[in-house]
Design a binder for this molecule. Structure first.
Ligand code: LMR
Length: 327
């Protein structure tokens, strides 16, 4: 309630301020570097929003956990201390919207076309509806890419993961995923990952190549395996009282900026990850392994039980609907 009151007070000021007043400030906090798909999407939104509102809106971007880290960013959004975020959809379990963790189920998205259909259709929009009771409005889904495994040992088959301490995002599905193959999952903030790998607090992690390269994870991981077993994507979210309290013309303009920034962000995600993988290979510090068809089949078989095990947490109907989309 406190968050909503604070937020509502904030938005009342937005209405009260006369035309010549200071610009409406949108603080946009995120946990990746500027040269990632999400980082570039944020910059594109800033450029469009400031241009198209003729300065009535000013977007302050705080990249790479410089303002808030994984653990606190969503709470700060609810309190109105920051207006916009784009957290991975793997990070909504602690907020109580555990249905988002269905997106973490291994191999649930066979390709990006299915992912896009899910995000833009009733499933993705329905998940956004679940955020509204928490004072959060979902505006768009942004991409990163399919995840690879990294650690300091060769990982050709799922049994090679046995005993590895693997960093995960705050998702019970990701926890189940690694337990299923004998690894030891450990939730850590993205900002703490490099140091945790460097010091051996954890042995490995999973992420798309762009996150591996931009956090220099490849410099402390001798092996990477192109499993592409899951997906990292983002929910672009705002403080709902702030958003609803914007002058209607400003909100409409910003909705257009979000749409165009989303198209842009989607257009750079694949090439960013391809370039990052090529750079990781060229740097030569990490041996990059591509599983054989038989090995990929073994990964899928080993991880298949996670779907049944976690269906009661994320929603059986949701899992059925996701599998239907993938047919
Ligand atoms: C992670 O925490 O591994 C990623 O979700 C970070 C990000 O936002 O891409």
């Amino acid at each position: 309630m406190k968050a909503l009151l604070f937020g509502a007070f904030g938005c009342a000021l937005a209405f009260a301020s006369p035309a010549w007043a200071d610009p409406i400030i949108i603080k946009f906090s995120h946990v990746v570097t500027a040269d990632t798909p999400k980082g570039q999407g944020a910059e594109k939104f800033k450029q469009l929003a400031e241009e198209r509102t003729k300065g009535a809106v000013k977007v302050e971007i705080y990249p790479n956990s410089t303002l808030y880290k994984d653990k606190e960013e969503v709470e700060m959004l609810q309190l109105g201390a920051v207006q916009m975020l784009a957290p991975s959809t793997s990070k909504f379990g602690p907020l109580g919207v555990k249905e988002f963790e269905a997106f973490d189920l291994p191999y649930i998205f066979p390709n990006e076309q299915v992912l896009r259909r899910v995000q833009d259709g009733p499933i993705g929009q329905g998940l956004f509806k679940k955020l509204e009771g928490k004072g959060i409005k979902g505006l768009a889904y942004w991409d990163n890419g399919f995840k690879i495994m990294t650690s300091n040992r060769p990982m050709h088959l799922p049994e090679d993961m046995k005993g590895l301490k693997m960093r995960i995002q705050s998702s019970k599905v990701l926890e189940a995923q690694f337990k299923q193959i004998g690894a030891l999952p450990q939730v850590l903030a993205f900002s703490e990952l490099y140091q945790a790998l460097q010091t051996g607090v954890v042995d490995g992690q999973e992420n798309p190549p762009s996150n591996v390269l931009t956090q220099k994870i490849n410099e402390v991981q001798k092996h990477a395996t192109l499993t592409y077993h899951g997906y990292v994507g983002y929910a672009v979210i705002v403080n709902k009282p702030f958003w609803d309290g914007l002058p209607a013309d400003i909100r409409t303009t910003l909705e257009g900026c979000i749409k165009d920034a989303t198209d842009f962000e989607h257009s750079v995600a694949n090439s960013d990850n391809e370039k990052a993988l090529a750079t990781i290979r060229a740097t030569g510090k990490t041996e990059v392994y591509t599983p054989t068809e038989a090995e990929n089949a073994a990964w899928r078989k080993a991880l298949a039980p996670v779907q049944k095990e976690m269906a009661s947490r994320v929603g059986r109907d949701l899992v059925t609907a996701l599998n239907k989309e993938a047919e």
